[in-house]
Design a protein around this ligand. Sequence first.
Ligand SMILES: Cc1cc2nc3c(=O)[nH]c(=O)nc-3n(C[C@H](O)[C@H](O)[C@H](O)COP(=O)(O)OP(=O)(O)OC[C@H]3O[C@@H](n4cnc5c(N)ncnc54)[C@H](O)[C@@H]3O)c2cc1C
Length: 384
Amino acid sequence: MTSMLTPEQRQYAKEFRAFADEAVAPHADAWHRAQRTPPQAVRALADQGLLGLPVPTAYGGGGCDAVTLGLLAGELGRACSSLRSLLTVHTMVAHAVNRWGPRPLKETWLPRLARGESIGALAVSEPETGSDAAAVTTRITRDGDGNWRIDGHKKWITYGETADVFLVVGRSAEGPTALLVERDTPGLRTELIEDMIGIRASMTANVYFENVRVPAAHLLARPGLGVSHVSGAALDLGRYTVGWGCVGILDACLDAAADYAGRRVQFGSPIKEHQLVRRMISTMYADAQAARLLCLEAGRLRDAGDPGALAAASTAKYFAATAAGRAAADAVQIHGANGCGPDYPVQRYLGDSRVMEVIEGSTQLHQVGLAEYAFQERAPRRQR
Ligand SMILES: Cc1cc2nc3c(=O)[nH]c(=O)nc-3n(C[C@H](O)[C@H](O)[C@H](O)COP(=O)(O)OP(=O)(O)OC[C@H]3O[C@@H](n4cnc5c(N)ncnc54)[C@H](O)[C@@H]3O)c2cc1C
């Protein structure tokens, strides 16, 4: 499939793979067990310029295209889904600031985000608000000085425990409203959520806001557009990179399963000679190819500014996440008891793949949306 990439994208892909193999993959199991990403790992990503890769060059970023960003998410996803999720949320925040932030906010924050000096987190979900993001209840009011005040509780915030700046979507009098909030703002408190099923090193947190005061200039888009425009645009990018992250999980499952099946001998032959094992490997192989093609197409459409990019990203994420789930379950199966124990990474892939079907639009939400695309595209006009 490298034939579908430009020479520059091919070169990037090589560099991303080398970085993931050397600086990430050897440590991913240890980070998973510790439920922490060490600051040096984040620094290494930043030092390579990888956290700012899609930020426009005018703000100190790499200005890369969507396909290149996808290739990076794929390689990180193959090595460590937690670090891939850092890339996802960080680039979602940068994208939203670039798209919807007023110029002074962009000039202050985009260079910091591009250098990875500040890490961004997206705070939309709440204990009672998940898929229906427009129902957020965190209160946003105007204080006497024309600034904003935030009171509420955000939950499941990826890298919330360590992020420097939060893109918060709450509810003002006008409806869902998005604000950029610095970690050090008085009244903001985080609390790590441990023992997650997957992406366990991603330091997911509760974020509490008690009388948090935010300058008026930290508003993104108009009040009322926080979900439809701000987090909506961020989520579109997020689901694209999560789709690629799932391609990475598929690749990792395939590598691990093919290697193990070639070495494990039962009934006098390597288990790869048993047809039922081959069937699992062949499904994984075809799924990985198909998921990669869907993600490439979503990236190509995104780069072309094609309106079909939205549906393509949803299709790619839906297919890649469900395929990663199948692949991880089969990779564990092929490893037998070793797949259930702590010595092989397939156990990690299984937990990570479960999370992929919940975040950036659950599998069911994508199914509902894709059916709608299908009716619009395929139903005869008279039935609409
Ligand atoms: C590891 C992890 C990291 C996360 N990181 C972040 C983050 O950084 N920032 C953030 O804001 N949030 C984050 N989230 C939260 C995530 O966005 C939500 O989990 C997601 O939006 C789904 O919401 P929910 O979990 O409340 O499930 P619910 O919305 O309560 O859904 C529960 C079930 O009902 C189904 N369902 C809901 N509505 C429908 C429908 N209309 N039709 C059919 N089925 C439906 C869902 O598919 C699901 O199976 C994270 C979650 C996890 C697990």
